[in-house]
Ligand binder design. Structure first.
Ligand code: 5GP
Ligand code: MG
Length: 184
């Protein structure tokens, strides 16, 4: 293992690097089977998707395109308000295209239910949601992922793209932070 001054802040590992690799490869094969002849567009939700997206598209060896969208959901304290804002829109027309949404984590569901409606309104032929992590405990919107890598408990997780205060995205596994990190 390389040197790290991040690991000292991690309380426990929830999903290891090996488990991530295995599961992402499985998801890639499932997507291949469904989309091989559909020339889909992967739409990654910034920034949390960036590592998952990079691994997932390489695990899905099909003719396809990539797009990114920036979304932010206004927060009141620790809970999502349900109001989602587009901070960076798609650069490409998705009319009649099969869209594969790539998200880091499905939590309240506010972000993905907004995004799904947006993509449908933009004329997508189909919208398929792939989330690395699913945290069903705090769901507010009736939305389910078509593909989910791992179901996680109601804990704040970081790593493999997911941040706390823009840090820890480069932790190579999914972990839970020590409580004192939040109270610093
Ligand atoms: P939702 O709109 O489903 O409540 O939230 C989705 C977004 O909230 C995710 O894309 C992610 O940015 C953030 N989020 C929710 N739970 C966690 C978590 O446990 N850890 C991190 N780092 N972000 C989270
Ligand atoms: Mg996100």
């Amino acid at each position: 293992m390389a040197k790290s001054n991040l690991e000292q802040d991690i309380l426990k590992v929830l999903v290891t690097e090996e488990e991530l690799t295995k599961r992402v490869n499985e998801l890639g094969e499932e997507l291949f089977d469904k989309f091989a002849d559909k020339n889909p567009i992967f739409v990654g939700v910034l920034k949390g998707c960036f590592i998952f997206m990079a691994d997932l598209v390489r695990a899905t060896q099909i003719k396809s395109e990539l797009e990114f969208i920036g979304l932010s959901s206004y927060n009141s304290g620790t809970s999502s308000s349900g109001v989602v804002e587009i901070t960076r829109d798609l650069q490409k027309d998705i009319t009649d295209r099969h869209v594969i949404v790539v998200e880091d984590i499905l939590d309240s569901g506010n972000t993905l239910s907004f995004l799904k409606k947006l993509l449908e309104a933009k004329g997508a032929a189909s919208v398929t949601i792939v989330t690395l992590l699913d945290k069903p405990a705090r769901r507010e919107k009736a939305i389910t992922a078509d593909y989910a890598g791992f179901v996680v408990p109601d804990e704040f997780v970081v790593g493999y793209g997911l941040d706390y205060d823009q840090q820890y995205r480069n932790v190579p596994y999914i972990g839970v932070l020590k409580p004192e990190v939040y109270t610093k």
